[in-house]
Design a binder for this molecule. Structure first.
Ligand code: ATP
Ligand code: MG
Length: 323
């Protein structure tokens, strides 16, 4: 373990994680004793063939499934012991999700899809729309704000998905085969976008894939075979893909950019877009009381619930102290 890591606390700590699915009389051991620690700001890949248990592990880290045995601690809390309601709020506050099939709500425009997690968090319509607009511009969809999912290409829909996952600057973003339905060029765009957003905001990004080329974007690659971690590759000092910076270079550049941005704030010059988004949501974020156990983990919330939330929409007057 690198020295600096020994000093850091993991953001996610998993011990002896086992998941057995029972189908009639048959038992499927999907996870078979996983031990894993993930540190703040890391970009981690879970790499393995179909059926190896990657999605099961990811779902478990997101609190979407309960383990058969073992523990999952996130930010010092036992995720596997939380109630459904608390889990939903925990996810809403700390987690973003990017799905292979995008999971956008078909009747909502790009901007409404992106603003949705902020609406769930009780943010006022004007503010959340401003943030959603900024985020869509950042992912290159400034001209597609009012488009609905069917009016966009797969790559564009996934950029909306990324904007939605990152708009609330969650500490952890989970992505299960995020480029599984996309061509090579779009895959590179999407991966670079997710990686640079995560680096910029020091977010932890956890990517599930079977594709070694996708895994090359990560700091660490955990190889999953038959529900176990067989080995880990540390990419941090390697320069694997042409055009991809080493992590050190990327971090040095991110720090330099942050310095530059801070100078710009002082001199009231314009900021790079990503930085702007963060500045705005940073330290004086209001204390938001989530409105309830509704989240977009799998697009399951009923259309009616969602419409009510988007219609309203100053639920925030009740739920937030100020904006
Ligand atoms: N709800 C479930 N009920 C029963 N078995 C399940 C369930 N979910 C997953 N499994 C089984 O657990 C094992 C791991 O599945 P998982 O979906 O985690 O694999 P994966 O690595 O994500 O595969 P893929 O790359 O195909 O998505 C598989 O054998 C699968 O059939
Ligand atoms: Mg899977």
């Amino acid at each position: 373990m690198p020295e600096n890591e020994a000093l850091k606390k993991p953001i996610i700590s998993i011990k002896g994680l086992t998941k057995v699915f029972t189908l009639g009389r048959e038992k499927v051991v999907a996870l078979n004793g996983i031990d894993l620690e993930i540190y703040p700001g890391e970009i981690v890949c879970l790499l393995g063939t179909s059926g190896s248990g990657k999605s099961t592990l990811l779902n478990m880290m997101a609190g979407l499934e309960k383990p058969t045995k073992g523990s999952i601690v996130i930010f010092g809390e036992r995720l596997d012991r939380m109630s459904e309601r608390k889990l939903a709020m925990f996810r809403q506050k700390n987690m973003g999700f990017v799905f292979q099939s995008y999971n956008l709500l078909p009747n909502l425009t790009a901007i409404d899809n992106v603003a949705l997690p902020l609406a769930f968090a009780g943010m006022k319509k004007k503010i959340r729309n401003k943030k959603a607009r900024k985020m869509l511009k950042l992912v290159g969809l400034g001209k597609r704000m009012r488009h609905k999912p069917t009016q966009m290409s797969g790559g564009q829909q996934q950029r909306v998905g990324i904007a939605r996952a990152f708009v609330g600057t969650p500490k952890i973003v989970f992505a299960d085969e995020p480029t599984g339905n996309l061509d090579t060029r779009t895959t590179i765009e999407i991966m670079e976008m997710m990686v640079s957003l995560s680096r910029e905001n020091r977010q932890t990004l956890i990517i599930v894939t079977h594709d070694i080329e996708i895994a090359a974007y990560a700091d660490k690659i955990y190889h999953i075979i038959d529900g176990r971690i067989s080995s880990m590759d540390d990419n941090r000092s390697k320069q694997i893909i042409p055009g991809r910076q080493s992590v050190e270079t990327a971090q040095a550049e991110a720090e330099a950019a942050a310095e530059e941005a801070a100078d710009a704030v002082r001199s009231e010059e314009s900021l790079p877009e990503i930085r702007k988004g963060r500045e705005e949501s940073a330290p004086d974020e209001p204390v938001i009381e989530p409105i309830g156990p509704i989240d977009i983990k799998d697009g399951e919330s009923s259309a009616e619930e969602i419409e009510n939330i988007l219609e309203d929409s100053d639920i925030s007057e009740i739920h937030t102290e100020e904006e």
